[in-house]
Design a protein around this ligand. Structure first.
Ligand code: PFF
Length: 453
């Protein structure tokens, strides 16, 4: 974000591109490259992917526009925004802050793995396509005690350095180069992956839905993943949009960002799943899928080219993760500044300390503490489950109830069309979705996912 223009005393994005980069930076991250492929793998492939796409189209775009409208209208971060518009809805902000805390409590662990893998590639530890060797390397890293904590701390330190400087100017500028680079690397890997022997089976698994695999749990996994990947339901987009000028076109922004995000997720799926099938990796293995499959693809590209691509890949993944986790941290930091009255430094110090403690617990829960379970899950999975499958969907449901039923049509119209100056032919459809389809849809999927209906 740049500080070129000022309205009142609130900084604004210096350019339209600044906001798109920040919001797309928040959206595109580990959710796309690490989580989407392994969730698709463990939830039956095509049926999951189709429900995911349906959620993006029906819920994602609309909710993105709602959050943008609320943020820009109030020029406040999430809790303040609701307090200003209707005090009774401040609890939506609380749900978002809880989600942000939980995600900050494990996301940097995976960020740390990516940094570790950059170095592992550098020293040549990963130059093999043998499933046992690669699985062993990943298993040893995540179940270790000090190594994953060390990498998590390194990753968290990078976040702190960026967030403490205030609004994140430099990193967003960097993402102007980084995002297209990530996209190109993924594209090249996708070509490599789909031309491996037997890759067709993987493509079929990913895109041809086997409806017998569809269950309430799979639907909730897909919906929760759509929220997670688009950074929706926790006020992150509200906070970013609060820095947005009154002239910006919210409608087009709310289309671009989900489109970019979804493209990256699908592309990552096309990189990982066909290659995993071709090499004989278990696609249902969960969080390790990317970390074992991708090095195997590099190994087939030859020692030099493979190593160069490997380094580029893990560097870009770590950077994509950074632009997401700084947005998460920003929600927590904004909470300490706006609600508790901390200055920025103290807010960042407090948030990151809490984050690190949670991350240590999450990391140990895959090794030394794996016997500790909460509702049958280890700590890492528990944080993820509560955030992605409970807080984000419910947060999103309440946002749409608030916009559709309380903020109302007139306020929403004025904000999304910049007081009628921007054409938005589908306004009525959008508002109908906000008022009826989205809240009912989310409630239905949520209840069937947790086994109530
Ligand atoms: N969207 C990010 C990803 O896909 O990696 C994760 C995330 C960032 C979730 C910010 C929620 C959020 F508010």
């Amino acid at each position: 974000m740049e500080k070129e223009t000022k309205t009142g005393n609130r900084e604004q994005f210096g350019s339209k591109l600044g906001f798109i980069l920040a919001a797309a930076g928040s959206a595109v991250g580990l959710g796309n490259i690490w989580k989407f492929p392994y969730l698709a793998g463990s939830n039956g492939g095509g049926a999951f992917v189709l429900v995911y796409l349906l959620c993006v189209v029906v819920i994602g775009f609309s909710l993105m526009l709602m959050e943008m409208a609320l943020g820009r209208n109030t020029q406040l971060s999430t809790m303040g925004a609701y307090r200003k518009l209707d005090k009774r809805f401040t609890f939506i902000g609380v749900i978002g802050v809880v989600a942000a805390f939980l995600i900050v409590g494990y996301y940097p662990v995976v960020g740390g793995w990516s940094v570790a893998y950059f170095f592992k590639t550098l020293i040549g530890e990963l130059s093999t396509s043998n499933p046992e060797t690669l699985g062993g390397i990943f298993g040893a890293l995540v179940s270790g005690t000090w190594a994953p904590i060390f990498w998590t701390v390194v990753y968290m330190a990078l976040n702190v350095i960026i967030v403490i400087g205030g609004i994140q100017k430099g990193i967003e500028k960097a993402s102007k180069v980084m995002m297209p680079a990530l996209f190109i690397v993924l594209l090249i890997l996708a070509v490599r992956s789909v031309t491996l022997p037997g890759a067709g089976e993987g493509l079929k698994f990913l895109f041809a839905p086997d409806w017998s695999k569809l269950s309430g749990q799979v639907m909730l996994a897909a919906m929760g993943q759509a929220f997670f990947s688009l950074s929706l339901g926790m006020g992150c987009i509200i906070t970013y949009a609060s820095y947005l000028g009154k002239k910006e076109n919210l409608v087009s922004n709310s289309l671009n960002i989900p489109a970019i995000d979804t493209l990256v997720a699908i592309l990552s799926g096309v990189v990982i799943i066909p290659a995993a099938v071709s090499f004989g990796f278990e696609v249902t293995q969960g969080p390790g899928l990317v970390f074992v499959t991708v090095p195997a693809i590099f190994a087939t590209m030859g020692p030099v080219i493979g190593r160069i691509f490997g380094l580029m890949f893990f560097l870009l993944v770590a950077l994509a993760a950074l632009t997401s986790s700084i947005s998460l941290l920003e929600v927590v930091v904004a909470f300490f500044i706006d609600e508790i009255g901390f200055n920025r430094k103290k807010a960042v110090a407090t948030s990151s300390t809490i984050g690190i403690i949670m991350c240590i617990a999450a990391s140990l829960s895959m090794g030394a503490w794996s016997n500790i379970t909460l509702f049958g899950m280890n700590i890492f999975d528990f944080f993820d489950y509560v955030a992605s499958y409970i807080c984000l969907p419910l947060g999103g449901m309440f946002v749409s109830i608030f916009v559709g039923w309380f903020w109302g049509k007139k306020n929403a119209y004025d904000e999304v069309t910049n007081e009628g100056t921007i054409k938005f032919a589908l306004f009525d459809v959008w508002f109908f979705l906000c008022k009826w389809v989205i809240p009912i849809g989310i409630l239905f999927v949520f209840l069937s996912g947790v086994g109530i209906i």
